[in-house]
Write a protein that binds this ligand. Structure first.
Ligand code: F6R
Length: 260
């Protein structure tokens, strides 16, 4: 099991702690490179980072970011962020980028609309290398154990590529994001461009966030079960020295007895 598990009493405290880790890295290295997730889990962390920017002067102008993934067929030009779609680029723009001093040209997201997706994946990998690698990669975790959109059975050696989403992931995405926005089930994209597991693991530090009862089983299995490609997040157990797991009490309920 990974020793570095920080369990906070609730979602808000988990989010504030996660934001303090990000802010600490930015203060230490103003030109740092961050790997960012979308999804419901990091929203509170982004909110707190926005607050830190607005009230404490946390400066993102030297920071470069790489998002983990984007749906195939979707994307957004951050210089003209007007189209309404469910792209992860739009999510990042609304929830984070437009509120902080991050330069648009330093906010990188795979372009799911690229005509040649294989070329786009290679380009994305080369941009990460060009930036000197990722200092802190932040991850969520899917109920099936995916990290990024590396679904169960993704090779641990995988790099940025197009991945078919599993039925459970499509269902989760529909419930959380597409249904509330009035989309039909059939409109949820079935493929995504995702950083690979090997790409993620090259980051100098990794912080995985998990919140809520629905994640308690997968957190338990991924962090204390066998390390196998059927459970992508289990690979994190191989790198205890650079992994930090931050959860709320409910997500950790099968792992530890909460004491704070
Ligand atoms: C999204 C991503 C996914 C999510 C995961 C959890 O960029 O990489 O792996 O982190 O699906 O999603 P939420 O936070 O909505 O439960």
């Amino acid at each position: 099991m990974i020793g570095n598990i920080i369990v906070k009493s609730n979602y808000e405290e988990m989010s504030h702690y996660a934001a303090s880790v990000v802010a600490g890295i930015i203060r230490l290295k103003p030109d740092c490179v961050l790997g960012l997730p979308t999804g419901s889990t990091p929203i509170g962390m982004y909110k707190e980072l926005i607050r830190m920017h607005q009230t404490e002067g946390l400066d993102f102008s030297g920071v470069t970011t790489f998002n983990l993934d984007e749906y195939v067929g979707l994307g957004l030009d951050l210089n003209k962020p007007y189209t309404k779609d469910q792209s992860y680029a739009r999510f990042m723009w609304e929830e984070f980028f437009r509120h902080v001093s991050l330069r648009k040209e330093n906010a990188l997201i795979p372009d799911g609309r690229a005509k040649d997706l294989v070329k786009e994946c290679h380009y994305y990998e080369s941009r990460i290398k060009q930036a000197g690698g990722i200092d802190l990669q932040i991850l969520g975790i899917g109920t099936d154990g995916h990290i990024g959109f590396n679904e169960p059975s993704s090779p641990f050696s995988s790099r940025t590529r197009v991945e078919d989403l599993h039925a459970q992931t499509i269902a989760d995405n529909y419930e959380k994001f597409f249904k509330p926005a009035g989309f039909a089930k059939g409109q949820v994209p079935k493929r995504a461009v995702s950083m690979g597991i090997a790409t993620v693991l090259e980051a100098k530090q990794i912080m995985l966030l998990a919140s809520g009862q629905e994640k308690s089983d997968v957190v338990f299995k991924a962090l204390s079960g066998p390390i196998m490609e059927e459970m992508p997040a289990s690979v994190l157990q191989l790198f205890p020295e650079k992994i930090r797991i931050v959860t709320d009490q409910t997500a950790a309920s099968r792992m530890v007895k909460y004491t704070e």
